[in-house]
Design a protein around this ligand. Structure first.
Ligand code: FAD
Length: 392
């Protein structure tokens, strides 16, 4: 992709790839493509996170499973990422009376999902992209327009509008994808967005006396029927808690007294571990939970190809902890399709979509189902009996 400063006419670039969005999936996509010898320009609306620090309001940590690790292994990053990760071999259920019960994720208790800092993972991936020949990073570039026919793009920057042209454009710009929005105007483009009437809010359980306040070898869950809280450990020995509550419940707690009383009644053990509960609750934003299904993921224009990858193609609710893992699998599949088609992007993107769409639709359904299991069924007697029988 060729950048053109404000005012200057756009030039057509040689056969290169523009990846829009330097989040987890955009960075990993760029790694795979650069390793194939392709010239990749990565455009990101935010400042360079290596300078600016993590963005407030985005989830602080996430669980990476074998699906995601497999993708990272293929670009030689699994060990670096795992060094900073905390393995969680099971889930720890917190009953309202404070009783704890541990449910291993595997029969032998040895297989684990890994709690990883989102910002650290993003930085590792960015550094990997930066170190590869043929890559260019463009921060503070927000895609504002795209012509799928010609591959012409416009970016809003502090210095004004910057234009660029690329024969291949990959939208890795997340659930609210601007690339997808540009495809949406085309006849036949199908888009379903399904918002839950739930939101999420994060809180922090700080380290106590320099140590973890809860067992760091588990994903902690406080199932409370219609709502729930989870907590994942961080390398600094804190835990990030996420409340998944109906919107009206999140907004109903509008005074410090209401917040404190609600936690004392429903989450008494956690309440005791969150010193700044009322202030954090008031300050931290409410996130939305959306499933996005769209088709097609790839559009062939007269002189350009546009494809969607990661959340831009298939945002899912976080209850299976598989959104990023699934996006990482997209990168592996796209790389495989490029290898199978001799780097013919038109053929590779069509193949990639035909193979990945069915998987993305399936995990979207499973993630919605797992919300009911996590907030409700994991605590039920029948569920516990079934789990015991499975592991007997
Ligand atoms: P994003 O991470 O959203 O990145 C998109 C990037 O594009 C961003 O950097 C953004 O700034 C940039 N961008 C956006 N618009 C533009 C534009 N117009 N121009 C240029 N750049 C733009 N997944 C897991 O696998 N495990 C988990 O445990 C897990 N937990 C989660 C918990 C919560 C509360 C949530 C909300 C999600 C969770 N996920 C989890 C899902 C995971 O966060 C996403 O699937 C993953 O971040 C998707 O990566 P992405 O790169 O496709 O999109």
């Amino acid at each position: 992709a060729a950048d053109v400063p404000p005012g200057a006419p756009a030039e057509t670039a040689p056969a290169e790839v523009a990846v829009v969005g330097a989040g987890l999936v955009g960075c990993l996509t760029a790694c795979f493509l650069a390793r194939r010898g392709h010239a990749v320009t990565l455009y990101e609306r935010r400042p360079d996170p290596r300078e600016a620090g993590a963005e407030r309001g985005r989830s602080i940590n996430l669980a990476i499973s074998e699906r995601g690790l497999d993708a990272l292994r293929r670009v030689g990053l699994d060990e670096t990422v795992l060094k900073a990760a905390l393995p969680m071999p099971g889930r720890m259920m917190h009953a309202a009376d404070g009783t704890l019960s541990f449910q291993p994720y595997s029969a032998d208790g040895r297989r684990a999902i890994n709690s990883i800092s989102r910002s650290a993972l993003n930085r590792t991936l960015l550094e990997a992209v930066d170190a590869l020949p043929g890559t260019r990073l463009r921060f503070r570039h927000r895609l504002s327009a795209l012509d799928p026919d010609t591959g012409a793009m416009e970016f809003a920057t502090h210095g004004g509008t910057v234009t660029a042209v690329s024969p291949v454009i990959l939208g890795a710009d997340g659930a609210g994808s601007a690339v997808r929005a540009q495809l949406q105007t085309r006849p036949g483009f199908d888009l379903h967005q399904e918002y839950l009437d739930y939101g999420y809010k994060e809180l922090t359980i700080p380290a106590r006396g320099g140590d973890f306040a809860l067992d760091p070898g588990a994903l902690h869950i406080w199932p409370r029927g219609r709502s729930m809280m989870i907590a994942l450990p961080n390398p600094d020995r804190s835990f990030t808690c996420t409340l998944f509550w109906p919107h009206r419940q999140l907004t109903a707690l509008d005074t410090p007294e209401k917040v404190t009383a609600h936690f004392a009644e429903h989450y008494p053990d956690a309440r005791a571990l969150i010193p700044d509960l009322a202030a954090d609750y008031a300050l931290n934003p409410i996130g939305h939970l959306v499933t996005v299904r769209c088709a097609p993921w790839t559009v062939r224009g007269r002189a350009a190809m546009v494809g969607l990858i990661g959340d831009a193609a298939h945002a899912i609710v976080p209850f299976y902890g598989q959104g990023a893992n699934c996006g990482f699998e997209d990168c592996v599949e796209l790389d495989r399709c490029l290898a199978e088609t001799g780097d013919d992007y038109a053929a590779a993107l069509a193949l990639y979509e035909s193979r990945r769409k069915v998987n993305a639709d399936t995990i979207a359904r499973l993630a919605l189902d797992n919300f009911v299991e996590m907030r409700d069924k994991v605590a039920s007697r029948a569920f516990l009996a079934r789990k015991r029988a499975e592991h007997a």
